[in-house]
Write a protein that binds this ligand. Structure first.
Ligand code: 5GP
Length: 204
């Protein structure tokens, strides 16, 4: 019998440019958290590595994976597909790791339907103006791509009420934000429904 306590599935969303990558780097410094590498049809940005940041695949391969039922969730975002392959997530959860899915809102809502017990965290900017300045400052996207990302961001920020926790990533506050996420996951694990499937478990 496998006595390892299953890890928690942690879904993290937030608008493009909010600093999810930096925040999650701090969370992933902890041994009990792992990152689920997504598949995408978008081209790699400078410095991105296949199999580390994403599995960069063609539209055809992505669509074959959809037909094969290989994704937990997938969504189209600003003209490209993004999806979470099932295999790694299941393996890590059964080994007791908390698995982070860094995904956009539509995908997060698909996960909420099939794994309602997952922990849903939204990383928000201090304001839309600060977000826009960060996106422009990053210099990795053309103006039309930035405009697309900003309009999606406004829609996404309105969806934050569907999440269990909201953390605000203030300037220079990525480490604090990461600590808040770790604390949220710990708090979830202390909820009665997550400690005992039923109170009868206690009296066994
Ligand atoms: P980017 O192109 O900036 O890396 O990602 C664009 C958006 O896609 C981000 O909001 C990111 O969180 C989201 N994303 C990354 N991987 C996945 C995934 O596997 N599924 C979904 N639904 N969204 C993803």
């Amino acid at each position: 019998m496998n006595n390892t306590k299953r890890g928690r599935l942690v879904v993290v969303s937030g608008p493009s440019g909010v600093g999810k990558g930096t925040v999650l780097k701090y969370v992933l410094d902890r041994d009990d958290f792992v990152y689920s590498v997504s598949a995408t049809t978008r081209s790699p940005r400078e410095g991105e590595v296949d199999g580390v940041n994403y599995f960069f695949i063609t539209r055809e391969k992505f669509e074959n994976m959809i037909s094969g039922g290989e994704f937990i969730e997938y969504a189209e975002y600003n003209g490209n597909y993004y999806g979470t392959p099932k295999f790694f997530v299941e393996k890590m959860l059964s080994e007791g790791k908390n698995v982070i899915l860094e995904i956009e809102v539509k995908g997060a809502m698909q996960v909420k339907r099939i794994v309602p017990e997952a922990t849903f965290v939204f990383i928000a900017p201090e304001s839309i103006e600060i977000l826009e300045a960060r996106l422009r400052g990053r210099g990795t996207e053309q103006n039309d791509v930035i405009a697309g990302r900003l309009s999606i961001a406004e829609r996404e920020i309105r969806s934050c009420l569907m999440y269990d926790y909201i953390v605000i990533n203030r300037d220079g506050g990525a480490e604090d934000c990461a600590e808040d996420i770790v604390a949220a996951v710990k708090a979830e694990g202390m909820k009665p429904c997550n400690v005992y499937t039923s109170i009868c478990d206690f009296f066994k």
